[in-house]
Design a protein around this ligand. Structure first.
Ligand code: SF4
Ligand code: SF4
Length: 320
């Protein structure tokens, strides 16, 4: 029988965090997104480096710090991203020569999508130069599923461990059996006690989750510094709704629907330009940003600079 290690960091590939340190996964992603700065060949507009796909309306957990902890606010919905929506987006990005990162994560548990293997295979076939990552709680993961996902084209699987250290032992063994490297399957410690913020760099998810039990009170006024999320990333919910960012769990920032409009049309819409330029200037007075306590500048600096340059050159919106 495997012994539980005294120190989680003894297991290679563990991303351990505490309340006072920036999650090393953020630094890893920041470097990747910076290297994926790309402009639309037709318009010269900066493109997103990260496309986050929320594949399903389901999650099998209700973590205390997650909006899903309140089922009346964020209920489980047995609906999933359709083939038609996925193919439409991928074909459009292939035509644009897009080479960014697709993150299979969002508001649901991606392994609960009934066609998850097929989705990974399709993304890799249509966009062979894109990076593909998945964030999962690992509850449905088996050795054969892990192997299938990587054989289908997945580059990185990030597992968030919410229970206890026995999960480190379990998933370290699964990773070895699936013949995956620690940099392919990252294990994130998320089971630390509340006083250590559960091991996360926690945010209030744009004001949708009550973190007062951790001493984090609701904002009394919007923060006044920049946020770069809509400069380097775009978020698509399983029904095609495009949101400003992955923190908008109340879904108040709908910018359009894939299926009715193209993703790049929505990305270049006046609504998105207005929000980007406001956020560059530190104006968070609009929903959902007014209630958001996130820093927002840890990733996407290069993209924010590229957008500033773009707006100054085109005069599309005013940049203060
Ligand atoms: S596993 Fe993720 S999506 Fe599900 S409740 Fe926990 S934090 Fe939320
Ligand atoms: S301020 Fe918050 S809600 Fe607004 S775009 Fe940034 S992360 Fe999202």
């Amino acid at each position: 029988m495997n012994a539980v290690p005294a120190d989680p960091s003894q297991i290679a590939g563990v991303l351990s965090t505490d309340a006072h340190r920036i999650d090393p996964n953020i630094q890893r992603k920041e470097a990747i997104f910076a290297s994926q700065l790309q402009h639309d060949a037709r318009t010269g507009m900066p493109l997103f480096a990260k496309l986050e796909l929320s594949l399903t309306g389901l999650c099998n957990r209700k973590c205390q710090f997650c909006p899903r902890s309140d089922a009346s606010f964020f209920p489980n919905v047995n609906e999933h991203l359709s083939d038609a929506l996925l193919h439409g987006m991928l074909d459009e990005l292939a035509e644009a020569g897009w080479r960014g990162t697709i993150s299979l994560s969002g508001f649901g548990e991606p392994l609960l999508h009934p066609k998850i293997r097929e989705i990974v295979r399709t993304i890799h076939r249509v966009l062979p130069h894109a990076r593909m990552e998945m964030v999962s709680n690992g509850d449905r993961l088996t050795v054969s599923m892990a192997r299938d996902l990587f054989d289908a084209g997945l580059h990185v699987l990030i597992l968030s461990l919410y229970d206890n250290e026995s999960q480190l032992v379990k998933f370290d063994a699964l990773r070895a059996e699936a013949q995956l490297r620690p940099d392919q399957m990252l294990l994130r410690v998320r089971y630390k006690p509340p006083e250590e913020h559960h091991g996360l760099t926690l945010s209030n998810r744009a004001g949708t989750v009550d973190l007062s039990y951790l001493g984090i009170e609701k904002l009394t006024a919007p923060k006044t510094h920049a946020c770069y999320y809509p400069h380097y990333s775009v978020f698509v919910e399983y029904d095609g709704t495009v949101l400003l960012c992955c923190n908008d769990w109340a879904k108040v920032s709908g910018c359009g629907k894939v299926g009715e409009r193209t993703l790049l049309d929505i990305w270049s819409s006046h609504q998105m330009h207005q929000v980007r330029s406001a956020l560059l200037a530190g104006d968070r007075s609009h929903q959902p940003c007014s209630g958001c306590n996130i820093d927002g500048t840890l990733m996407g600096r290069e993209h924010a600079a590229a957008w500033t340059q773009h707006y100054q050159a085109t005069g599309e919106v005013r940049v203060n």
